[in-house]
Design a protein around this ligand. Structure first.
Ligand SMILES: *Cc1c(COP(=O)(O)O)cnc(C)c1O
Length: 405
């Protein structure tokens, strides 16, 4: 799945270009950097590869989301509708701009359930933020329709779905803005890094200023920059951008391997009639980082996980329902509004309400879901062995439980 599996000479070369000049910062030092501009080069490569008009690199996927929200004017008093299955970074970004995260159910796509979104729209709703989880996509057509009807912003958290598409367009380029993460375990990595993509020049220019203290980048030198508005330091370094530049050139290779391995592994599970698969709104657009599948009951799913563990082959199989990072069930710090500093009253109230909110519709899917990470370096023999073992474990559990019943 992640780009770190294919790490080597190409990354070293790009980083060494930066080491040669010693200019580790993306702005300024025009003379000494001798024409080396890795961040700018990577932004251009991102625009070309994903068909985005503009791209602004950031220090992480989290700061990319924070930047996108601030720049889109999302702040205190605003509600952002987002899924209850995602990575913690999604709600961190909402909270960091002073807005209220409104968590709603996911469906068999493992992403926002459009019906749940409709039910959560209030006069305070400003933005819908689908999270394209585990390499695949949300039902963007329906979400776009809701945005249009209610005049809402669409911000795509595509951090986990680099290279996936919906109706031929790259995820992350379809909404008013979209983000990728380039952290160490993402499809391509910078070590740490992220990007905001947008087709709006206004949004882009604001991202450019906001991620560099609000500096307008219009002065004769950095010290002469003015500040049209407040900003922060969410800059990426040249070293990180250099790694990303080598990685983006490998993306199409990664995607080809992922798709091939994913389809091959799926064949083993398809032979078991009790197994169903995650719904994918546009099958051709799945980046195939994971194969996500469902068992008939939570009990059977837990038994399969236990058996995989007992046989020492659990690694790479994720049961998100029990995972501390990705699902509402285990986000006690969020549900208790445990913050080191004071949250605003609207935020506090909304978070405490999560304690009693009914997420049984999401439990219905997540409680029965296993996501199997797709490796880039698997040999045909390894893939066959994985498929056969996985199939055998599920068959064993199903037959044992059938006997019990
Ligand atoms: C990885 C990730 C992010 C951002 O992560 P960073 O580690 O800050 O780059 C945001 N949303 C989702 C869904 C992610 O998986």
């Amino acid at each position: 799945m992640p780009g770190f599996e294919f790490f080597g000479e190409e990354e070293r070369k790009e980083v060494n270009d930066v080491m040669e000049t010693g200019i580790l910062m993306r702005y300024g030092f025009d003379g000494p950097r001798k024409g080396t501009w890795k961040a700018i080069e990577l932004e251009q490569a991102i625009c070309e590869r994903f068909g985005s008009k503009y791209a602004q690199l950031t220090s992480s996927g989290t700061t990319a989301l924070t930047t996108a929200m601030a720049v889109l004017g999302i702040g205190a008093g605003d509600e952002v509708i987002m899924p209850c299955f995602t990575f913690v970074a999604s709600f961190e970004a909402v909270l960091s701009v002073g807005a209220v995260p409104v968590l709603v159910d996911v469906d068999d796509t493992l992403t926002l359930n459009p019906l749940a979104v409709r039910g959560a729209v209030t006069p305070k709703t400003k933005c819908i933020m689908p999270v394209h989880m585990c390499g695949s996509m949300a039902n963007l057509g329906e979400l776009q329709a809701i945005c249009k009807e209610h005049n809402l912003l669409l911000l795509e958290d595509a951090c986990q779905s680099i290279g996936a598409t919906y109706q031929g367009k790259a995820l992350g380029t379809i909404g008013d803005a979209g983000t990728f993460s380039f952290d160490f375990v993402k499809t391509i990595t910078c070590g740490e890094g992220g990007v905001v993509m947008t087709n709006s020049e206004d949004v882009y220019k604001k991202c450019d200023h906001y991620t560099d203290h609000g500096h307008d980048h219009a002065g004769v030198d950095r010290g002469a920059d003015l500040h049209p508005f407040l900003g922060y330091n969410f800059r990426i370094s040249e070293l990180h951008a250099a790694v990303g530049l080598a990685q983006i050139r490998k993306l199409d290779t990664f995607l080809t391997i992922q798709k091939k391995n994913n389809k091959a592994l799926r064949v083993y599970l398809e032979q078991i009639p009790e197994i169903t698969f995650r719904a994918v709104p546009d099958e051709a657009g799945d980046s195939c980082t994971f194969l996500s599948w469902f068992l008939p009951t939570e009990e059977l799913t837990r038994a399969v996980i236990a058996e995989l563990k007992a046989q020492g082959i659990l690694a790479g199989n994720f049961y998100w329902y029990d995972n501390n990072w990705h699902y509402i069930r285990k986000w006690d710090h969020l549900k208790n509004a445990t913050s080191l500093n004071n949250l605003n009253d609207a935020q506090k109230q909304a978070l405490l309400q999560l304690q009693t909110q009914d997420f049984s519709k999401s439990d219905h899917w997540l409680g029965r879901c296993i996501s199997t990470a797709i490796g880039l370096t698997w040999t045909d023999e390894q893939l066959k062995e994985k498929g056969e073992k996985l199939q055998a474990v599920v068959k064993k559990v199903l037959s044992e439980k059938l006997v019990e019943a």
